[in-house]
Design a protein around this ligand. Structure first.
Ligand SMILES: *Cc1c(COP(=O)(O)O)cnc(C)c1O
Length: 399
C-alpha cells in the first residue's frame, strides 16, 4: 500500500505540473469540435462545463414548461440545467443493479398516481409532476416530452427498453455522457450515437477530465439557432482550473499525515479551489484552448481503453461503519458519489425530490460506496476486502 501510494502521488504531482503548464491554441478548439462532430454525428458546441452543455441541448429541442424524465439518482448539475432551460425534472426511480431507471420504473412512472386517480388515460402525456406540492413556478402537470439517459457510473441503460418507451410516448432522447463517454450499450452501439443530442462534461472525475469544461453535439435539426459561445471563462475560474491538480495532489500527500482535510479547507476558504457542484452554469462561455487540447487527447485514448466503468460501486448495510474502517486502513476518499439521490447533499433540498416516489434511489443513496478513480486497482484490493464483509449488494462492477 505504502509503495503504491508514493508512486501514485508522484504521478499525481507530475500530472499536476503538466496540467498547469499545458498550452493550447485556437486550432485546438477547432480540432476538438470537429472530432466530436464526427464521432457523434452532429454539430459540436464547446462550453464552460457539462451543465451549460446540457442546458443548451435542452433549449435547442424542448418547449419551456415541458417535463423531462431524469434518472432519480443524479447530480444537482443536471437539475440545474433542466431548470435553466425552463423545463421541469420528472424523477424516475432506479434499478439497484445498474443505478439507472429501467422498463419497469419508467412504466410505473408513466402510469403514476395522476393517471390512476384521474380519467386521463396513461400515455396521454400528463402524469403528475414529481412534486406538485412545491413545484417550480411553472405548473404541476407538465407535458412530458423528453428523457435524459445518463448511464450512471458508466453502467449502460437497457437501451432497447428506453427506446421503446420513448417511441411509444413520443419522447425525445438526450444522452448525458458525463459518466460514460466511450461505453457501449448491450447491442454494441456506442453511447452518444442514439439521441437528439449528446452532452459531455470534462469536469473533475468525469469520464473525460480536464477539471472544467463541456461540449454538446446537436445531432438533430434544432428548434432555434444555437450559437457557439466565444467568451473565455473568468480569469479566476481559469486559474482555479489550472492549479487544481497540483492542489489535489498536495492534499492527497498531506492526508497521509492527516492534514489533507485542513489543507483542502484552507484552499476552499481562499477560493483557490471550487467544489465541482458550485461550477456556474454560463451559456455564453466556452472552453479554453488548453482544456480542448487535453480533452481531445483523452477522447482519442478512450477508443482504445475499452469500456471501463467510471467508478466501481457497492451497496453496504452500515455505511458509516464501513467508511470509518476504510479511513483507518488509510483510504482517503475525498467523497464518494451520491450520499443523497440528488447530490451533493447541500443542494438536495432544492431538487424537490419526493423519496416516496423513488424508494430504491433513496435506499441506494444510504447504502452506496464507490471508489474514486485516483486509486489504482491494486491499491483498492484492501478496500474491497473491507467492503465485502458488509455487502447488501455487490454492485455491477464489483471485481
Ligand atoms: C457532473 C455531471 C454533469 C455536469 O457536469 P459539469 O461539467 O460539472 O457541469 C452532468 N451530468 C451528470 C450525470 C454529471 O455527473
Amino acid at each position: 500500500m505504502k509503495k503504491h501510494y508514493y508512486l501514485g502521488l508522484n504521478a499525481k504531482l507530475r500530472h499536476g505540473w503538466r496540467h498547469l503548464l499545458a498550452r493550447g491554441r485556437q486550432s485546438d478548439l477547432e480540432a476538438l469540435s470537429s472530432y466530436l462532430g464526427q464521432k457523434y454525428g452532429g454539430k459540436a458546441v464547446l462550453t464552460k462545463n457539462g451543465r451549460s452543455a446540457l442546458a443548451m441541448a435542452l433549449k435547442a429541442y424542448f418547449t419551456r414548461g415541458d417535463g423531462i424524465i431524469v434518472n432519480g439518482f443524479t447530480c444537482y448539475a443536471v437539475i440545474e440545467a433542466v431548470r435553466a432551460a425552463g423545463l421541469v425534472p420528472i424523477y424516475a426511480d432506479i434499478n439497484r443493479e445498474t443505478l439507472n431507471y429501467d422498463a419497469e420504473t419508467l412504466n410505473k412512472l408513466w402510469a403514476g398516481p395522476a393517471a390512476a386517480s384521474s380519467p386521463t388515460p396513461a400515455g396521454a402525456g400528463v402524469p403528475q409532476a414529481a412534486s406538485p406540492a412545491h413545484a417550480d413556478a411553472t405548473q404541476a402537470t407538465p407535458i412530458i416530452s423528453g428523457i435524459i439517459i445518463q448511464n450512471t457510473l458508466g453502467n449502460p441503460v437497457d437501451i432497447k427498453a428506453v427506446e421503446r418507451f420513448a417511441g411509444k410516448h413520443g419522447l425525445m432522447i438526450i444522452e448525458d455522457l458525463a459518466h460514460c463517454a466511450g461505453i457501449k450499450y448491450a447491442d454494441g452501439r456506442e453511447a452518444g450515437t442514439i439521441g437528439a443530442a449528446s452532452v459531455l462534461s470534462f469536469g473533475k472525475d468525469k469520464s473525460i477530465d480536464t477539471i472544467s469544461g463541456g461540449a454538446v453535439v446537436l445531432r438533430y435539426p434544432c428548434k432555434t439557432t444555437i450559437r457557439a459561445p466565444k467568451k473565455l471563462p473568468k480569469m479566476s475560474d481559469r486559474i482555479r482550473g489550472r492549479i487544481y491538480p497540483l492542489i489535489a495532489g498536495a492534499v492527497r500527500g498531506l492526508s497521509y499525515v492527516h492534514l489533507g482535510g485542513l489543507c483542502m479547507r484552507v484552499a476552499l476558504k481562499l477560493h483557490l479551489v471550487e467544489k465541482s457542484a458550485d461550477n456556474k452554469l454560463e451559456l455564453d462561455k466556452t472552453l479554453t484552448p488548453a482544456e480542448a487540447k487535453l480533452a481531445l487527447r483523452q477522447l482519442k485514448a478512450l477508443n482504445t481503453s475499452g469500456e471501463a466503468p467510471l467508478r466501481e460501486f457497492y451497496l453496504v448495510d452500515d455505511r458509516a461503519l464501513v467508511l470509518d474502517k476504510l479511513k483507518r486502513a488509510g483510504y482517503h476518499f475525498a467523497g464518494f458519489w451520491y450520499e443523497t439521490p440528488i447530490a451533493p447533499e447541500r443542494y438536495y433540498k432544492k431538487a424537490d425530490f419526493d423519496e416516496s416516489k423513488c424508494p430504491v434511489a433513496a435506499e441506494v443513496a444510504r447504502q452506496i460506496i464507490n471508489f474514486p478513480t485516483y486509486y489504482t486497482r491494486s491499491d483498492l484490493a484492501e478496500a474491497r476486502k473491507i467492503v465485502q464483509k458488509h455487502l447488501t449488494y455487490g454492485g455491477k462492477n464489483a471485481r
